[in-house]
Design a protein around this ligand. Structure first.
Ligand code: TYM
Length: 337
């Protein structure tokens, strides 16, 4: 089984990235042939500062390693180190219906906010499909917000195969039956952990860099404390039972606490008698306990940029070896020498 996924390096990583995605990456590297990358080309759709772009890319790599990804088990690499991805992006783009891109959520959201979109944002899902299809994974572990992108990748892979592979039958994509040919592009599936599909931010909306509602994984402790203490709550009195709906504090406690400890919290939350402040302190303590060791490793890695670069170069080489074989076959299929 092959697994591939990535995170954008458009800012600091937050606990939504961890629970929605990276935690699964760490488990999955034990189960199959895993590729995890840093989508630094994608980040240029929102980040226009060379120094910051490099910093966030490096930080994302440090986050991967300190949270438990092991370069001996998984291939860890920067998207931009395998330039073939841009070539596949173009080839795919020639079969992508514009109507698909017009209903891509990130593009639609931007337009709805009255912000004019650049071509890079419009074409974002095509580059993401290229990221995936270049490495022929079976599964792509992601949070819920990325499912549409993976469905697009699947649809476009079918369309590409239908266009360029004689004997390809979408009902038999692996070409198992006689007379059928396997597709050049393998069809990927999203893999979403249901209980952490959408992690809420401190304001109750989806946690996202672009909403400014994140709890960062490696941020300054004072800043984290400020964010946690600022989690949106209602005006229910201390002694009264607390509502569990639309309550990001409750949801975050559920996410972060082990089940037995959360059961106690849940009972007292429903019974009343404790103020929100106490629950916030518990959440902060849980955060520090959970991420303390990773934060420590992160600080150590920050002192060894040469080792980090060596790991990324090694990952790039392994990723490139994989990508170049497929790219040669694709060039032949479309008639590009
Ligand atoms: P990005 O960088 O926004 O997020 C990285 C991963 O974290 C998940 N995630 C969340 N999960 C649950 N709750 C949240 N609040 C939350 N916020 C983020 C995302 O679902 C994602 O799995 N387009 C991608 C990056 C990308 C990619 C790829 C992913 C580029 N190419 C190829 C997989 C395969 C993105 O912007 O994710």
């Amino acid at each position: 089984m092959r697994i591939l996924s990535g995170v954008q390096s458009s800012g600091r990583l937050h606990i939504g990235n961890y629970y929605g995605a990276i935690r699964q990456f760490v488990q999955l590297q034990q189960e199959g042939d895993a590729f995890f990358f840093i989508a630094n080309y994608h980040s240029l759709t929102t980040l226009r500062d060379a120094k910051l772009a490099e910093t966030y890319t490096r930080e994302a790599a440090m986050a991967y390693l300190s949270l438990g990804l092991d370069p001996k088990k998984a291939v860890l690499f920067r998207q931009s180190d395998v330039r073939e991805v841009l070539e596949l992006y173009w080839l795919l783009g020639t079969v992508v219906p514009v109507a698909n891109l017009e209903r891509a959520t990130s593009y639609k959201d931007k337009l709805a906010k009255g912000i004019s979109a650049d071509f890079g944002l419009f074409a974002y899902p095509v580059l993401m499909a290229a990221d995936i299809l270049l490495y022929s994974p079976d599964f792509v572990p992601v949070g819920k917000d990325q499912i549409q992108h993976i469905e697009f990748a699947r649809d476009w892979a079918v369309k590409f195969n239908l266009t360029y592979v004689p004997g390809y039958d979408p009902q038999d994509p692996e070409g198992k039956e006689k007379g059928h040919a396997p597709g050049l592009l393998k069809l990927p599936s999203a893999r979403v952990q249901e209980d952490t599909a959408t992690v809420p931010g401190v304001d109750g909306q989806k946690m996202s860099k672009s909403y400014g509602n994140t709890i960062d994984l490696f941020g300054d402790e004072k800043e984290i404390k400020k964010r946690v203490m600022g989690i949106k709550t209602d005006s229910t009195a201390v002694e009264a039972p607390k509502p569990t709906e639309n309550a990001p504090l409750y949801d975050l406690l559920k996410l972060m606490l082990p089940a037995d400890r959360f059961a106690e919290v849940d009972a007292s939350w429903r019974a009343g008698g404790k103020g929100y402040g106490e629950y916030k302190k518990l959440l902060l303590a849980t955060y520090l306990e959970t991420f303390g060791p990773a934060r420590q490793r992160y600080a150590e890695l920050a002192n060894d940029p040469a080792e980090l670069e060596r790991i990324l170069q090694d990952g790039a080489e392994r990723a490139r070896a994989e990508a170049s074989g497929l790219m040669q076959r694709l060039r032949r299929a479309v008639g590009v020498p």
